[in-house]
Design a protein around this ligand. Sequence first.
Ligand code: SF4
Length: 264
Amino acid sequence: MRVAPAVEQPWFHLVAGSQPAVLVVPGSMIFELGDDLFAALDRGEPDALAELRSYVKPARVESGELPPVTALSLNVAQACNMSCAYCYADEGRFGGAARLMDKDVAFRGIDTLITNAPGRSVTIGFIGGEPFLNRPLLHDCVDYARTTAARTGIAVRFSVTTNATLLRDDDIRLLRENRFAVTVSIDGGPSHNRQRRLHGSRESAAAVASGISPLLANPGGARVAARATVTRENLDVAERIARLKELGLWKPGWLRCEPARGPS
Ligand code: SF4
């Protein structure tokens, strides 16, 4: 991704590729672009900028004001131990090579978030791919963020989106003790094994259930939600909710079904 033109137009980013696109920062909207409009935006032509402005909320764009940043998502593992049929993220690789975030990048992000949020509470999310492929960094980030936030007098919350198949006892403790909002990718029902394939095994549904069960039995301070992906392959949503309830993924506010494709 490149920024164009970065100084004058910080509210959008042009994304080159086989399908040119633009990410509009206010509202986090992505539009596909024709080649001509892409080139015109790249050159900063006033007509092209006006056209793009017409697609977004004018007040926020014209004022140039973006809301203060109070949340940071760290893609700590650009890799995954699963290969889901509907993953738009190329099994977490996002079209590149599988790799893990290093500590320097993560800590600098945390520093920036906390430094620029005086008097506020902040949220740090861990995503992937599968974030627990980079377990040491994830644990270190929680320690570092807690220490840094305490020093500056702000509150920090944590969230993670995980397929839950790699969770160990020390991870469960981390999630409980740091009051994580945990989103588990679990489809419920037989489509899970068909759609969400675990490398080296076909029984991904059992692996997810086994991974998350200690946290469901004793969540401590954690909150657990299910993220279920609905596809045309299985539209019996009621049956799938029933399966999730059997696993214990059912309390008010604990179930969030998303008709979306995406990582984890
Ligand atoms: S949807 Fe999530 S769990 Fe599945 S392959 Fe993609 S990143 Fe991995």
